[in-house]
Design a protein around this ligand. Structure first.
Ligand code: HEM
Length: 428
């Protein structure tokens, strides 16, 4: 059984293009080979078939997890994510975990976090002047938000936890290290890429378990559980036999939320600043504080620069996807980047036009898939959109200009695509 066509260049070149110029690489692959197309990178052990038309995207999202588990595509995260991580589970276990994790990210509970996010954003943006690298600032801000909302971190804990987490993530964000980890998949001692990663995870775990011990002790006090953090709710959860979650389980849940919600939101916001700095008219309209326009800007940022490029599943059996039989043992992926940016799916796709969300026909929901879809659609999507709205509303008072004339292109940083210079803007 043949795989759909794709580039013939060696995997090492495809990996380099995938890491350093992912947007251009995906555009070229699509222009040359159409949909579907097969790429080979060190990112996954198996070749990966990319789908981006609405029909095939729907088919990928509807694949039965028993024959197309998503968890196995994130296997490389296991040393950090842990065995209980929602990212690695499939089937009933995955659904159970999702129910536990999703509740606080919806409705009233989620909206209750908005004033705190707005305040943190205002404090951060008040320090902006001159040249600012938006990605660096947004990583700080989204980490603060996650630490407070999810971990229930207090002022006295924040700085220390912040540093430990940033240190662990820095190892896996650096491009040379990620490339080295992808090529050499073994731990070759403390100075090797995997060795450094393991040490960082161990340091991170010590912090996590200390935090859990503090929160458990507090949960036993009268009046506990009123803090409203995600962790406070997870601590109260019980399994079918009435047992509380183990520390290991809680730690893995927290890491999934951290991995899912920190870099992705920071990348999306860095793109927002990169795009807005080049569009004074959009900045001007944002100053009117029209909620519909603000929402349109958020949706358009996520469309024009989806922070995650793929939603992959590993095929365990030969399967027909949109009329094409794909053999077992390959990764099939809804290509979020292409679906959101294909010229034949979006009028003037390469233009950043928030107005498209306010005028004309509603876009096809199977083409606007920055949060993936199906049973694995981003558990934090409503939260992420709310966070972006609050930060951009707080930024409306700033005057932004691009630091350089040429727009920034996408590069890969761990799982997400970021502006290659980090979204360099001039403020004031
Ligand atoms: C703009 C920001 C974000 C983007 C673009 C994004 C995107 C995504 C995507 C594409 C997936 C995978 C979907 C799939 O495989 O089909 C995902 C999964 C996930 N995201 Fe997000 N995400 C964002 C923010 C967040 C936030 C703020 C949180 C939580 C605090 C979060 C938590 C998760 C979790 C837990 C999963 C795993 C869901 C599962 O496997 O069932 N994400 N996200």
């Amino acid at each position: 059984m043949e795989l759909p066509p794709g580039p013939r260049s060696p995997a090492v070149w495809q990996t380099l293009a995938w890491m350093t110029r992912p947007g251009a690489f995906l555009r070229r692959v699509h222009a040359r080979f159409g949909d579907p197309a097969t790429i080979r990178t060190y990112w996954t052990e198996e070749p990966m078939v990319l789908f981006s038309s609405p029909d095939s995207v729907r088919a990928v999202f509807r694949l039965d997890p028993a024959i197309a588990p998503a968890g196995q595509s994130w296997e490389f995260l296991r040393p950090f994510a842990g065995p209980h991580s929602i990212l690695l589970l499939d089937g009933d276990e995955h659904i159970r975990e999702r129910r536990l994790m999703q509740a606080p990210f919806h409705g009233e509970r989620m909206r209750a976090f908005a004033p705190m996010i707005a305040e943190l954003a205002r404090r951060e943006l008040a320090t902006w002047s001159g040249r600012v690298v938006a990605l660096e600032r947004m990583r700080e801000l989204t980490l603060d938000i996650i630490l407070r909302v999810v971990f229930g971190a207090r002022d006295d804990e924040l700085t220390h936890m912040h540093d430990v987490i940033e240190e662990s993530l820095a190892t896996v964000r650096s491009l040379p290290w990620v490339l080295a980890m992808a090529v050499v998949r073994k731990d070759l001692g403390p100075r090797s890429p995997w060795g450094r990663f393991r040490t960082a995870v161990e340091r991170f775990d010590i912090e996590m378990y200390a935090l859990l011990a503090r929160r458990r002790a507090e949960a036993a006090l009268p009046g506990a559980g009123e803090g409203g953090s995600m962790l406070a709710l997870l601590l109260e959860a019980r399994d079918e036999r009435g047992n509380p979650p183990s520390d290991r389980h809680l730690r893995d849940q927290l890491v999934a939320l951290l991995v899912g919600g920190h870099d992705s939101s920071a990348a999306a916001l860095a793109w927002a600043f990169e795009l807005l700095a080049r569009r004074p008219a959009v900045q001007e309209r944002l100053r009117d504080d029209d909620p519909a326009y603000l929402d349109a800007v958020v949706k358009e940022v996520l469309r024009a620069r989806p922070a995650l490029t793929i939603a992959p599943r590993l095929l365990l059996e030969p399967t027909s996807i949109a009329g094409r039989t794909i053999p077992a043992g390959v990764q099939v992926a809804a290509c979020l980047w292409l679906a959101c940016r294909r010229e034949d799916l979006w009028p003037a796709a390469s233009e950043f036009r928030p107005e498209r969300w306010l005028e004309g026909p509603a876009p096809n929901p199977l083409s606007w898939i920055p949060f993936g879809g199906g049973v694995r659609r981003c558990a934090g999507a409503p939260f992420a959109e709310m966070e972006m709205r609050e930060v951009l509303r707080a930024a409306a008072g700033l005057t932004l200009r691009p630091a350089r004339p040429e727009p920034e292109h996408a590069r890969r940083s761990m799982l997400v695509l970021t502006p290659n210079r980090g979204g360099e803007v001039l403020v004031g």
